[in-house]
Design a protein around this ligand. Structure first.
Ligand code: MN
Ligand code: MN
Ligand code: MN
Length: 288
């Protein structure tokens, strides 16, 4: 496959809910022609050491990243941090708060699935998720594998969404708290996949204003599922609010939709790419 972009700033490994190890992810990205990859696992930096070694071996640049789950106005919003210092104590402490909430939530959701929806064995299966951070995607995969849903989307719609039997409200850190934690660790806060929250235009503008106000710096203008129209829609917001533009596949593993590391539409020519800011960081030499 020919990569459309040599830069991909959003991807997951087995350190959270991806299906490839950090090394396998880097190898796949490299084969696709990606030269700069950010590993952005959910609420953890545990995959970075392995990814760093793999990147060095392949002659690629690794951007140390994370994707933090946050709450804003009782909605779940994701903030990507790029170029974070993985040795920064308060940052690791902030992530560990989210990790505790994550485990408590998934355990509670598995228990609800067993008692309310008669999904056998799911509590035990979740306890065995030992490669990293558990998420609703792990529950969804279990539901599909055991015949409770035909697709991942159906598993979410029937069991894992607000109002459904397996749902439980998450206990994430605040949006502003995540932005501050990323800043303190020397990173660049990026508002992830803004159209995924399915907000009205007015709500989305409020969210972007709050993110700006909290000292956010960039927004994901291009993601793996973007079409031209969605790219321009987000780019309009970036321009209006003076945010830099990021680009990332949000790859979780081989998938029928064909999302791949580096398979990305280009940024609009007038966009200010976030890698202009990454380039100034220690050890990250990014050129477009
Ligand atoms: Mn995920
Ligand atoms: Mn996300
Ligand atoms: Mn993601």
């Amino acid at each position: 496959m020919t990569a459309a972009s040599t830069i991909d700033l959003h991807a997951h490994s087995t350190a959270s809910d991806g299906v490839l190890s950090p090394a396998a992810l880097l190898a796949r990205a490299c084969a696709n022609g990606v030269r700069v990859l950010a590993l952005t696992d959910h609420d953890t930096i545990a995959g970075l050491d392995e990814a760093h070694d793999a990147a060095r071996g392949a002659g690629m640049q690794l951007v140390a990243g994370v994707e933090i789950s946050t709450l804003w106005e009782r909605r779940e919003i994701h903030v990507v941090g790029l170029g974070v210092d993985p040795g920064h104590g308060p940052f690791i402490e902030a992530l560990s708060g989210n990790q505790r909430s994550r485990w408590e939530r998934i355990r509670a959701m598995a228990e609800r699935l067993e008692t309310r929806a008669r999904v056998a064995g799911v509590v035990e299966a979740m306890a065995a998720v030992d490669t990293g951070q558990p998420g609703r995607l792990h529950l969804a995969r279990y539901l599909v594998q055991h015949g409770h849903a035909r697709t991942i989307q159906q598993a979410f719609d029937r069991f894992l969404s607000p109002g459904r039997p397996g749902y439980r409200t998450p206990g994430w850190m605040s949006l502003a708290g995540a932005v501050a934690a990323i800043r303190q660790a020397g990173g660049i806060p990026v508002l992830a996949h803004p159209l995924a929250y399915k907000m009205t235009g007015a709500w989305l503008r409020r969210l972007i204003e709050a993110f700006r106000e909290a000292d956010g710096e960039a927004i994901e203008v291009v993601i793996g599922t973007s079409d031209r129209q969605r790219v321009m829609q987000v780019f309009d917001h970036a321009r209006r609010y003076g945010l830099k533009a990021s680009i990332g596949s949000d790859f979780h593993g081989p998938n029928p939709a064909g999302i791949e590391p580096g398979r990305l539409l280009p940024l609009p020519k007038e966009a200010v790419p976030v890698w202009a800011a990454l380039r100034d960081m220690d050890g990250v030499a990014v050129s477009a």
